[in-house]
Design a protein around this ligand. Sequence first.
Ligand code: ZN
Ligand code: FE
Length: 251
Amino acid sequence: MPTRIEIVPCLSDNYAYLVKSGDACAVVDPSEAAPVRAALAARGWTLTHILNTHHHPDHCGGNLELKKETGAIVVGPGKDAARIPGIDVGVTEESGWEFDGRKVQVLEVPAHTRGAITFVIDGNAFTGDTLFSMGCGRLFEGDATMMWNSLSKLMTLPDDTEIYCGHEYTESNGRFALTLEPDNDALQKRMEEVRALRAAGKPTIPVSMATEKATNPFLRPDAPQIRKSLGMEGADTVAAFHEIRARKNRF
Ligand code: ZN
Ligand code: FE
């Protein structure tokens, strides 16, 4: 049975995702219960699992309500289980997970939070607040080295991996990216698409890993024009990455 994914906009700019396979239906990062409940009802789907990429309330705020209503099993980072409301199954990179009889890859990607994980289901990566389209999460519980290592791990996924991230930050991320790499053709093209999608009220997600590698400055700290914009042609990769993150914080 192929996997079906539905985007559920939550709060002001969060995305939860319904992942349907056979009789199983998971929600990824339900920040609140109401929009998820409505999306399930509209399709006649029954929730069986709740997946959390990290402990922030805008990713697991709906856990307890949805669990109480549906009996869904809560699956989250095993190394951060104490901070995941209602957690039943703690997963690690070693344990992985299984959903409707298929293997789910779990990647530990600390830095935004210590316990952050990415779930990869059938070539779809749910990256939470680690990798955004053309951006990355803030370094709340890790440093630039840790985030660079986590993003490098995500970059080992196949280029046709579809990225489903936690927030609709794409347009503002792209505006920042253009300040560093104005002559990047792939970036210009992606921004045209993104502006058109947003003008039509549509999500910019999913996006392929190939597009992210070609456009996301946080995956491109060694790109020559980015180095020139930073004035850091001779610096090492992590130092350049750190400076990109610092500039984005001020953008
Ligand atoms: Zn977060
Ligand atoms: Fe978030």
